[in-house]
Design a protein around this ligand. Structure first.
Ligand code: PLP
Length: 417
């Protein structure tokens, strides 16, 4: 059940009451302040209950059994696919492939489209700010196929060097541009509409890593005209092990399958096999059924609250957080200003290692992440080996930002700074 109001007046306390985990204390008299949403989000009761109900009442395999439970499970699994289709405005449910997350979605494109289409002499453009999941799959394939990867540099203000991108597109045989929509470290919201238009002008395809955008803003894959779009269910209130690859139908039709096995075939003979229709051609084996159903309920929840309301709430929170972080002496926030930034603040504090910051904050009940956040090339570019990262979502409050600031002052005292 969803209790949060969906009026323009955003009721964060009502939203919080939908998330059972937020009711617990971190330790005696210390409330839990969860600011690690870029890593994974918490789950509302409606998602937890949907998974519970599946296992208690209609657990069965999908697409196979001709019995009541299997039909129920199949229809719930396919209904989840329809919810995803509508959520990102894909033209057809055949363009929605369930995966385990963004990482698997990108690897799928690399291992099918990439393996079939990229060869020595070709160029793939990525960026210095990418998560490892949008660098390593291309490096693995490039080592085998011999194509070149060019990385768009990051400018001092935390945005991409679009002049460099334009130059490579105009001068080199680019087949694919693969980039993140929103940076999980800098928070930069990249101008993907512009990148897609420029890439298409020279006949290159575009893959967008939407892991940090789909949970936070309205996405319309048809309006974007994007070729592939990858995201993770667990960062948008859904379960771990749920994710999506959107691909334009004509591209998916032409791509060879990736994993072979049950469900992805039309017929199997000892002399060879033929493939099932989309999307099943890319969903070999028993899928993550409960997880897909849970993701569908997460989409229901986000839709009910309204992504525009969530986005506005996050803008308010990150604006407030950036203002208050400035009060902490020796603290540097990386990335652009609030107007160009998602709800992420990665920072360092002079004289305290990021891991020590995270540990001291944890002792005050505040969960942040510390390290390279799977973006080592970006940290090399920033000349830091680790940052602490506070990332916000629909249930975070200004009071939690205040708790973060107080704990950071306390950390400096502990280090006698
Ligand atoms: N891309 C970005 C921008 C991310 O932030 C993450 C996760 O942190 C990923 C990709 C990988 O997502 P997953 O681990 O769910 O596959």
């Amino acid at each position: 059940m969803i209790t949060a109001r969906t009026t323009t007046e955003y009721d964060v306390e009502a939203v919080r009451s939908d998330f059972p985990i937020l009711r617990q204390m971190h330790s005696d008299n210390v409330p839990l302040v969860y600011l690690d949403n870029a890593a994974t989000s918490q789950k509302p009761a409606s998602v937890i209950e949907a998974i519970d109900t599946y296992y208690r009442e209609y657990n069965a395999n999908v697409h196979r059994g001709i019995h009541k439970l299997s039909e129920q499970a199949t229809s719930a699994y396919e209904e989840a696919r329809l919810k995803v289709r509508k959520f990102i405005n894909a033209a057809s449910k055949r363009e929605i492939l369930f995966t385990r997350g963004t990482t698997e979605s990108i690897n799928l494109v690399a291992q099918t489209w990439g393996r079939a289409n990229l060869k020595a002499g070709d160029v793939v453009i990525s960026t210095v700010m990418e998560h490892h999941s949008n660098i390593v799959p291309w490096q693995i394939l490039a080592a085998e196929k011999g194509f070149t990867i060019r990385y768009v540099p990051v400018l001092p203000d935390g945005t991409l060097d679009l002049d460099y991108l334009g130059e490579v597109l105009s001068k080199e045989p680019v087949k694919l541009v693969t980039l993140m929509h929103v940076s999980n470290v800098l928070g930069t919201i990249n101008p993907i509409e512009d990148v897609i238009a420029k890439a298409h002008k020279v006949g290159a395809l575009v893959l967008v890593d939407g892991a940090q955008s789909v949970p936070h803003m309205t996405i319309d894959v048809q309006a974007l005209d994007v070729d592939f779009f990858a995201f993770s269910g667990h960062k948008m209130l859904g379960p771990t092990g749920s994710g999506v690859l959107y691909g334009k139908r004509a591209l998916l039709e032409a791509m060879p399958p990736w994993m072979g096995g049950g469900d992805m075939i039309s017929s199997v003979k000892l002399t060879g096999s033929t493939w099932n229709d989309l999307p099943y051609k890319f969903e070999a084996g028993t899928p993550a059924i409960a997880e897909a159903i849970g993701l569908g309920y997460a989409i229901d929840y986000l839709t009910q609250i309204g992504l525009a309301n969530i986005h506005q709430h996050e803008r308010d929170i990150i604006g407030y957080a950036l203002d208050r972080l400035r009060e902490v002496p020796g603290l540097t926030v990386y990335g652009p200003t609030a107007d160009q930034k998602g709800a992420v603040a990665a920072f360092t504090v002079e004289g305290i290692h990021a891991h020590d910051i995270a540990q001291l904050l944890d002792s005050e009940g505040i969960a942040v992440r510390a390290g390279h956040h799977c973006a080592m090339p970006l940290h090399e570019h920033l000349h830091v080996n680790a940052t602490a990262r506070a990332s916000f979502y629909l249930y975070n409050t200004p009071a939690e930002v205040d708790a973060l600031i107080t704990a950071l002052h306390n950390a400096r005292k502990t280090f006698q700074l």
